[in-house]
Design a protein around this ligand. Sequence first.
Ligand code: AP5
Length: 235
Amino acid sequence: MRARTDLACWQGSQGRREEFAVRVVLLGAPGCGKGTHSEWMKEDLGVPQISTGDILRDAVKAGTELGKRAKAYMNNGELVPDEVILGMMRERLAQPDAAAGFILDGFPRTIPQAEGLDGILGEQAVQLDRVIKIDVASDELVRRLTSRRVCPNCKAVYNIGFRPPKKEGICDHCGEPIIQRDDDTEETARSRLTVYESQTAPLIDYYKANGLLAVINGNRGFAGAQAETREILDL
Ligand code: AP5
């Protein structure tokens, strides 16, 4: 996969250091594991994870104009309008850390967002390296979402069944109390899955057509999905 030269360098898990920026999109339904896999990928690739969901939740918490606009959409499981997301991502991708590459988690989510991303990257004279789609069955997605807990401080992701913190209710990384997201009720989780099928799933064909898509099986547990991802990224 690492076939282009860029300014930044990255450190692979086997200690290799090379002169490449890596730009990856993680695609998949709510609860498929985008946030979970971003946690180890950002360490191994040495690039930031850019989660539109995390940026929006921070804005809601801080009560900014962006947060006020986004809150109702998020609580209803709907997508925040494309122009809001694209403005936010244009700013985020212009920050210096993104020059080293990135893992996009939750963006793009519609065809107009994907086209907008192509435009932003085109202006920077760079392009995506890979789009990794994590496949998980829909009943399993609802189970994972309703049993998820997150750290509002450092954004670590837990699951009360599959991946609990060492000390109940407390983040392993920063010691903050972990919480359940407002949109992780069963009703909102199901609406988010419907929105995914109608508005985000068309991106599968979009990225298949330009040869960037790789699909991994996320049904078989963390280690299997991690191994497949490592193989795709040559880590
Ligand atoms: P966002 O925060 O992006 O949510 P999402 O895409 O719905 O994805 P999730 O964070 O719910 O799931 P994930 O795939 O990261 O799964 P995770 O790793 O946590 O978006 C929230 C809202 O913001 C949207 O609804 C929308 O309103 C708005 N928004 C965000 N981006 C937008 C955009 N671009 N455009 C418009 N609006 C936008 O894993 C889930 C659970 O499963 C965890 O508990 C985890 O421990 C567990 N798990 C993970 N892997 C496994 C495994 N292999 N086996 C068992 N359990 C596992």
